[in-house]
Design a protein around this ligand. Structure first.
Ligand SMILES: NC(=O)c1ccc[n+]([C@@H]2O[C@H](COP(=O)([O-])OP(=O)(O)OC[C@H]3O[C@@H](n4cnc5c(N)ncnc54)[C@H](OP(=O)(O)O)[C@@H]3O)[C@@H](O)[C@H]2O)c1
Length: 188
């Protein structure tokens, strides 16, 4: 069981534009050609921040065309927000706020031996890292630059650095890098 930050990013380190658009991402390749199907099959619980959840709600139609449902996940999902957000009927979504550690404990229990996925954004992944709870990052680096946007991982981690475990090319659109993360570093 591992806690994983799995995400796509631009070459210059942004996971979305400033206004939360992912339009730059979809033309880069089909999700079925990436490691995603094998990855999601091993996920037992997932967490995301409020803006990522809002993106899901706004793009329910698009997601539905890809997956057959307005909400793409069968796994229980924890959404971090300090505000009340709309619920998608028929889904297992739990709204939480504050310290990630007790939520991670619940997620691990629900995952029952499968992996825990931190969907994003980057600061939420950073909060799990700060708490010493993030084991791996799996980053699909798209062959585009955005200039500005929502950061991949707004933390300074230099010593020890992340440990590169594998790198593979996915067409001309992506390089997938898998890293093991150092633990016990606290916020910098
Ligand atoms: N490229 C990809 O594969 C990929 C992957 C994931 C996400 N994305 C996109 O990237 C963007 C991410 O947006 P973002 O960077 O703004 O991050 P986000 O994590 O989606 O949203 C940040 C918000 O989450 C809430 N939050 C975070 N931690 C919290 C905590 N501990 N307690 C309570 N609330 C907490 C806060 O909202 P409140 O103000 O509601 O409290 C915060 O402003 C989205 O557009 C998403 O669609 C892209």
């Amino acid at each position: 069981m591992s806690t994983q930050y799995y995400t796509a990013t631009s070459l210059d380190g942004f996971i979305a534009t400033e206004d939360d658009s992912l339009e730059w991402l979809f033309p880069l390749g089909a999700i079925g050609d990436t490691g995603y199907p094998a990855f999601i099959a091993q996920v037992g619980a997932l967490a995301m921040g409020a803006n990522t959840y809002r993106w899901m709600l706004r793009n329910a139609v698009h997601i539905g065309q890809e997956t057959g449902s307005g909400w793409p996940y069968a796994q229980p999902a924890w959404v971090f927000s300090s505000r009340a957000l709309a619920m998608v009927p028929g889904t297992d979504v739990r709204f939480v706020s504050g310290d990630v550690a007790p939520v991670h404990h619940e997620m691990t229990r629900a995952a029952a031996g499968l992996n825990v996925w931190i969907v994003g954004g980057g600061d939420l992944a950073g909060q799990f890292f700060d708490a010493g709870l993030l084991d791996e990052a799996i980053v699909q680096i798209g062959s585009v630059t955005l200039g500005t946007g929502k950061p991949l991982f707004p933390r300074r981690v230099t010593s020890p650095p992340w440990r590169l475990m594998s790198a593979r090319q996915i067409g001309a659109g992506f390089a997938e890098l898998r890293y093991r993360l150092p633990h016990g570093h606290g916020k910098t």
